[in-house]
Write a protein that binds this ligand. Sequence first.
Ligand code: ATP
Length: 274
Amino acid sequence: MKRGSAPILAPVTSRSGPTLTDGAARPPKGTPKGDDLDGETDVLLERLGELQEVFYADARRSLLVVLQGRDAAGKDGTIRRVFEPCNPQGCQVTSFGVPSTLEMRHDYLWRIHQAVPARGMIGIFNRSHYEDVLVVRVRDLVPRSVWSKRYDHINAFERMLAESGVTILKFFLHVSRDEQKERLRERLDDPEKNWKFRAGDLDDRALWDDYSRAYREAITRCSTPWAPWYVVPADKKRARDYLVAQVIVAALEGLKPRYPKADEDVLAAADKIV
Ligand code: ATP
């Protein structure tokens, strides 16, 4: 991406809603290929590293990156690759699994709010409060009368965060049925990967269409100007990382982070070093 050029992915609008067909999991037109893809991704990631450093020093805002996706969609891989150039001191990853007993005794946003990044920090959510309108809906963990109110809660919560200085970017890593099958099979066959496999992954796969419905509604209703959703074609891992990095770099560039001006004491200290 040349500096100032727009990312390939656009936020989902409530008018169009997301396209979640198998075809939509392939890289979109305009995505570079081969060596170009690697080269452009390297440039983007180097820029991300620079931006993260100044964003941390600036400390006026925080960035929250929400990653959602079906099993084996590549949430872990995206985190590993895209945030590799960032200083770990300025990044925090939070994974949201089945709520603990303590978490269950609170409202569903309680654990989420505690993990929202402080100013200067980049927070990455591996799954998120959206599970409360996804798995919770699909598996009937609470009645419809409870989960159906959550879209409005979530929009209000995210708006409050945005108005408090949190820039929010939400990514749905969209894989096709065939690609998920391939990856789950690979997981089972590979002794270094099968620890990730849960029997529940197959149950969720059998509920593919129910999850598609739940994702479509969550993404459509909760893609807002203050917290947009992006559907990332994720069948090709290198293209996926490039597309996500593009959006993050453009958002950080747009915030125009700057190093704070040194105050008088700091400037004077330069003369006192012996
Ligand atoms: P991968 O995508 O790589 O397979 P994962 O994200 O599935 O990894 P796990 O720890 O195996 O990681 O799974 C987390 C599980 O917790 C998911 O099945 C998810 O649906 C579930 N979960 C998360 N939040 C909630 C929630 N609020 N209520 C019920 N289940 C939840």
